[in-house]
Ligand binder design. Structure first.
Ligand SMILES: C[S@@+](CC[C@H](N)C(=O)[O-])C[C@H]1O[C@@H](n2cnc3c(N)ncnc32)[C@H](O)[C@@H]1O
Ligand code: SF4
Length: 464
């Protein structure tokens, strides 16, 4: 399995097109409103019709934040009024109960993720309340195989929160950092001293959390190669098991808060590439392996091991080690994956409340995958997760002749092959170290939705 990476500035510039991130295939813009809560219930039933109690993965969205970060593109509600969270939890309880009724009570929940917004916006008593509610309606696993994770904003972490979460079974945390430079922090309205982040990681380790992820963003205002170097040196001192390095998506027409960013302070395209090059060089030298799209991990972290074992999966959080779980997603905008379907909840809190007041699940759109979608999803997952595609394996599972079925797609890869980004053999395809920063370009060659006339037009973020 290819885990090495070569930074090739010229290739990154040449192939810098915009494209999907393939956290699902088909991607969310292709979900449609013909798929509603009734379709969802039928699919949930179907996912267990064979009587096998397959494990579940749960996602819980907590949309609140205390203060706003100017770069933020997440689905959040910024409020100092805690009453809003209390009302939300009443509705979330209802959704958890409605969802719980659809699934066999013995299906073990092996994976759980609290995302946001900021899940730790909730008081400790309310975090406990959500866990109680989940425990009443689902069979939460209690063995070492469980993978329970939560996104933490270190600025607002209370003394007792991590011990409480550890007691409730959480064993992974993800921390928002973005950058350690005080000027950059000021420019994005997120002042978070190094000691605050270091303290949170230290406490998490003392509480027994086995894996810590740190989120960084490159392309923020006032960032330079020099500030990046210092931020990474500080990050490496903390040696998180996982790192996410996101490319700043600046879309001020879509995310109003980004209009507070002074565009004159954004690094130029050339500076941004240099920042990325520095980042990759420093992380690789420090022993991190590139998992794929934005994600790095230490070689003995479960993600890196899953990649070597060929069991890594792509999911809405990036990458995951669990392949066989159906994903039940709760809260506004949450996206679920049940059997061969995806589904998404309504976006606004008002709509979310109105649906639940009517006793209905807040699912508003989704898609049932066709045979072709399922086949391509597998191909794209192999590319995004393993940088490798075994034609024989795909043929055996889908009853096709790979070279025949994908002749146009393989032709589309000719230029990347010439540029030594991929190698297409008689029976396999490999993404080469120089092409691993361009995984989504390779995946796009197999995406049948990109040029369908009926497909929804979308503005995707750029590769670099
Ligand atoms: C939903 S946020 C949750 C983290 C938590 N609220 C915090 O800030 O500590 C997840 C991550 O998305 C990333 N992110 C947010 N807006 C972004 C943008 N415009 N471009 C790239 N990454 C972004 C940040 O790295 C952030 O930590
Ligand atoms: S980055 Fe996190 S804390 Fe900041 S506004 Fe977005 S969701 Fe809230």
């Amino acid at each position: 399995m290819e885990q090495s990476l070569i930074f090739d500035r010229e290739m990154l510039q040449r192939y810098d097109v915009s494209g999907p991130r393939y956290t699902s295939y088909p991607t969310a813009p292709q979900f449609h409103e013909g798929f509603d809560d009734t379709t969802y219930a039928v699919q949930a039933e179907r996912s267990q019709a064979d009587g096998v109690t397959r494990p579940l993965s749960l996602y819980v969205h907590v949309p609140f934040c205390d203060t706003v970060c100017f770069y933020c593109a997440c689905n959040k509600v910024v409020t100092g009024n805690y009453e809003r969270a209390r009302s939300y939890l009443d509705y979330l309880d209802q959704e958890i109960a409605l969802q719980g009724r659809l699934f066999h009570p013995e299906r073990p929940v092996e994976q759980l993720h609290f995302g946001g917004g900021t899940p730790t916006y909730l008081s400790d008593a309310d975090l406990d309340r959500v866990m109680d509610s989940l425990g009443r309606n689902f069979n939460l696993a209690d063995g070492p195989e469980r993978e329970f994770s939560i996104e933490i904003d270190p600025r607002a972490l209370r003394e007792g929160t991590l011990p409480l979460l550890a007691e409730r079974g959480f064993n992974r945390i993800s921390l928002g950092v973005q950058d350690f430079d005080p000027d950059v922090q000021q420019a994005v309205n997120r002042v978070q001293p190094f000691e605050v982040t270091a303290g949170a990681i230290e406490q998490a380790r003392a509480c027994g959390f086995g894996s810590t992820n740190v989120d960084l963003i490159y392309g923020l205002p006032k960032q330079t190669v020099e500030t990046t170097r210092r931020t990474l040196e500080q990050t490496l001192e903390l040696r998180p098991e996982r790192l996410a390095i996101y490319n700043y998506a600046h879309l001020p027409e879509r995310f109003k808060v980004q209009r507070q960013i002074n565009e004159d302070e954004l690094p130029s395209a050339a500076e941004k590439l240099a920042i990325l090059e520095t980042t990759i060089g420093m992380l690789t030298d420090a022993g991190y392996v590139y998992i794929g799209m934005d994600h790095f991990a230490l070689p003995d972290d479960e993600l890196a091991r899953a990649q070597r074992a060929g069991t890594l999966q792509r999911n809405f959080q990036g990458y995951s080690t669990r392949a066989d779980c159906d994903l039940v997603a709760m809260g506004p905008t949450a996206i679920g994956r049940i059997g061969d379907t995806y589904s998404q909840n309504v976006r606004e809190l008002e709509q979310y409340y109105a649906r639940l007041d009517a006793g209905r699940l807040p699912v508003f759109r989704g898609i049932v995958l066709s045979d072709d979608d399922r086949l391509r999803r597998e191909v794209i997952t192999d590319i995004m997760c393993h940088s490798h595609l075994d034609f024989g394996r795909v043929e055996a599972r889908h009853g096709i002749d790979f070279r025949d079925y994908f002749s146009a797609e393989l032709e589309r890869l000719a230029e990347m092959e010439q540029d030594e980004l991929v190698r297409v053999g008689e029976r396999e395809l490999d993404v080469l170290p120089r092409g691993r920063m361009l995984l989504r370009n390779v995946a796009m060659a197999f995406d049948a939705w990109l040029d369908r006339p009926e497909a929804a037009p979308v503005k995707y973020s750029r590769v670099v």
